[in-house]
Design a protein around this ligand. Sequence first.
Ligand code: ADP
Ligand code: MG
Length: 391
Amino acid sequence: TSTSNELEFTRGNLLVFVNPNSGSGKSLKTFERRVAPLLRRNKIKYELIVTTGRDHAKSVVKTRTDLDCFNGVMILSGDGLVFEVLNGIVDRKDFVALLPNLPLSVVPSGSGNGLLCSVLENTGKSLKQKQLMSSAVEMATSTSSKAIPVSLFHVQTDTQHLLSFLSLGWGLMADIDIESEKWRKTLGSNRFTLGALIRTINLRTYRGRLSFKPYEENIRFATSTFYNVYPETPNSRIRKQAGIHSDESSINGTTDWSELHVDTLVPPLSEQTGPDWTVIEDEFVGVYAVTLSRISADGPFVPNAKLDEDRIHLTYILKRDVSSRMDLINFLSAIESKKHLDMPFLKKVEVSSFRLNTLSEGSFIVVDGEVVDTKSVQITSTLLKTALFAL
Ligand code: ADP
Ligand code: MG
């Protein structure tokens, strides 16, 4: 039925994940006081799971044989738990078929809620703390059948295939995110400010090779809709596998990811990049790529990024382009007012795919705010989408 971004879903039964330790630790209270009463009033059934630690939500999503009995997944945490849920789905045999049928909602309880803020910004809603929470609760508990599609990107690491909806960072911004996690409880989203200060004072740079394929509009993406992503992939083997039920052999691992890519000519991480790729080997302050406009409520990193688009907005800073630490303090503090984009040392390019090979030790590669253990990584636009329940 759908050609653009109006999707139709029912919400009879939701799977709810509450991370009691996200953000400043109020998510369970928020669920009990604000969310559950509205779900009851709107006669939306739910199963509540309070996560006990890292990867709990992921393993639930990965192993539940009745996952197709739910109409959606609600998450009370930050982007990290959304990432876990999506990648739990990726690890299932029925992932390509299941993904478009499990819309998400997010009630912001984490210190970083880039997905929710990007969606709300695109629909013209306020991102001020109080309004952010009430819009999110309303979207998560309403009986509306609408949902907004959000493009997903394929992340290939040395050992696994992942899906990302938000960001890939290495160096400066990744270090700030990870090193500031210890202040999550006491500082909430202010943890990023303190982290930024400390990291620029003790600035580290890393050697790496960054390769990218400049963005080109692709007819495969332009003509794909949320519902027919799957039948559009020409490979009939995948087509058959999507109908396979949970007890049969695993799709992830045997999935032909190149068939799900928007540009089917992107080589896998194990193979050399082609002549149409740009390669930069240098000393980096950092690499930061986003596929959505906001990395947090006060982080409009690429304000013109769209929700449902196959473009990756890649940025990087080379050590030799930065004259002092002050440059970087100015850069980080300018993000809130969008002035960081005018700084000449921040290089920006729109790509369909990029690859990062780290060449020095001790750096983190961070996808959607979560550390991924790998020395190299490649991110590529796909035909896959998730959706956020809307009003
Ligand atoms: P924040 O925005 O505060 O970083 P996220 O949702 O991004 O919140 O991150 C939460 C992290 O906490 C994820 O890595 C998730 O795996 C992990 N997690 C989930 N449940 C728990 C728990 N009960 N205790 C500690 N960590 C948890
Ligand atoms: Mg996080």
